[in-house]
Design a binder for this molecule. Structure first.
Ligand SMILES: [Mg+2]
Length: 423
């Protein structure tokens, strides 16, 4: 079973923690330089205030309706996220997979029967609310796509007490029939019209088509979604679509990594991968979070949990800037001593379109020059493979390389793995 834990209206909830008087007041959060609305509380959504609306256009309306307006405070949101994620990590250290700044998956395999998991997730949601002040909703299901669907039901209906579970075929069928197809993770509005043409309105309609039919229309990603809706677990957190933030993380092989150099190299590569994705989707980020943690199975050695957020003065998708920020944040939090880091990752968030950037007056970086360099690097890498041109700290040692515990050796391509003949 998977759980997805999602903070409700995260930015608005963070503001409420320190302004309890606003518990029932509609809240909106503005982007950098108070440009437009990037987050809304439920009350603000109910008033019909639109996401992305420029602040100056709606300022009067907001005042009339008594909406509390906040500039975005990413240092606060980053720290509140750290508190929530820390609790989730403690609940399930080895199944913990952060997905975005306010969402994480937990792989709960082997942690109990569905009913036990349901009960412990209800308690977990309560505990997070009590300890951090942030309300969360948990969706529980055999696949990540169904878990996300469950969390949407959980948000809609109070009676679920913060945790909705889809564990039987009966519940799955009922949920699918109530769920619009475009709201399914990975389907989106782009496919909506195409599917509507074939009379597919709900997730259930979609599952009634054959695998071959889905493959023809939506290729392999569509088939994965289709399988997930049937309860077959086949999507990796890495492959899930991202909107608000991009997270790149990996588990490390064997004992884990102990040296700063190795973790640094891994983090640099994760940051580079985030930068590449930002460029691909024509976006920039203004905040970056680095995390690294040890395994719970090692009770004989001390545990460590690093989680550190920094912001950029000007939103960026520049490779060098993102990599050096990630490495700097890691170094700031690095603890002296021997810790076996089993997992690390980088999240870039606070994302905006790359053509809507507000520049700073005293920006030390020549953005035009940087953009030309980035373009040239991306062009070379596109032709010759990812990371052909790289920032030095990304390195080549690859000690951090992916967890693939069931991988056979590279008998034919790596000199260290050549089979030895006994003499
Ligand atoms: Mg959320």
């Amino acid at each position: 079973m998977y759980a997805i834990v999602d903070c409700n209206n995260f930015y608005a909830s963070c503001e409420r923690v320190f302004n309890p008087g606003l518990r029932t007041t509609p809240i909106v959060i503005l982007s950098n330089n108070d440009g437009c609305i990037i987050a809304r509380s439920n009350e603000a959504k109910a008033l019909g205030i639109k996401m992305g609306a420029p602040f100056y256009q709606v300022e009067d309306v907001l005042e009339q309706k008594g909406v509390a307006v906040f500039s975005s405070n990413y240092n606060l949101y980053g720290d509140m996220s750290r508190r929530v994620m820390r609790l989730l990590y403690e609940f399930c250290p080895d199944g913990f997979m952060q997905y975005s700044i306010d969402e994480a998956f937990l792989d709960l395999d082997g942690m109990g029967t569905p009913e036990q998991l349901h009960q412990s997730c209800i308690q977990l949601a309560k505990k997070i609310g009590r300890s951090t002040g942030i309300p969360v909703t948990i969706g529980l299901a055999p696949t990540k796509t169904l878990a996300k669907m469950a969390s949407k039901f959980g948000k809609k209906y109070k009676a679920y007490q913060g945790c909705c579970m889809i564990d039987t075929d009966e519940k799955r069928e009922k949920a699918l029939k109530m769920f619009p197809i475009e709201d399914v993770w990975g389907v989106g509005w782009r496919n909506r019209d195409k599917l509507a043409y074939y009379g597919i309105k709900t997730a259930w309609d979609f599952t009634q088509k054959s695998e071959g039919w889905v493959r023809n229309l939506m290729h392999v990603t569509g088939v994965r979604t289709w399988k997930e809706l049937w309860g077959i677990d086949c999507v990796d957190v890495e492959e899930l679509p991202h909107k608000k933030s991009i997270c790149t993380s990996r588990s490390f092989q064997g004992e884990g990594l102990t040296s700063l150099g190795d973790v640094e190299e891994a983090v640099a590569n994760f940051a580079a991968s985030c930068a590449r994705k930002l460029v691909e989707q024509h976006t920039c980020c203004a905040s970056l979070t680095v995390f690294a943690h040890t395994s719970r199975f090692r009770t004989d050695v001390p545990s460590s949990y690093i989680y550190h957020t920094g912001t950029f003065q000007v939103p960026t998708n520049n490779l060098q800037e993102i990599v050096s920020q990630a490495v700097k944040l890691l170094r700031d939090e690095w603890k002296v001593g021997t810790y076996y880091y089993k997992k690390a990752g980088v999240i870039v968030w606070d994302i905006c379109r790359d053509n809507a950037i507000q520049t700073a007056l005293f920006d030390p970086i020549d953005r035009n020059k940087q953009a030309a360099l980035t373009k040239a690097i991306n062009e070379i890498n596109r032709k010759n493979g990812h990371n052909m041109v790289r920032v030095a700290v990304q390195g080549y040692s690859k000690n951090w390389h992916l967890k693939s515990e069931h991988l056979t050796k590279q008998y034919t391509t790596n000199i260290k793995d050549i089979i030895q003949v006994k003499s």
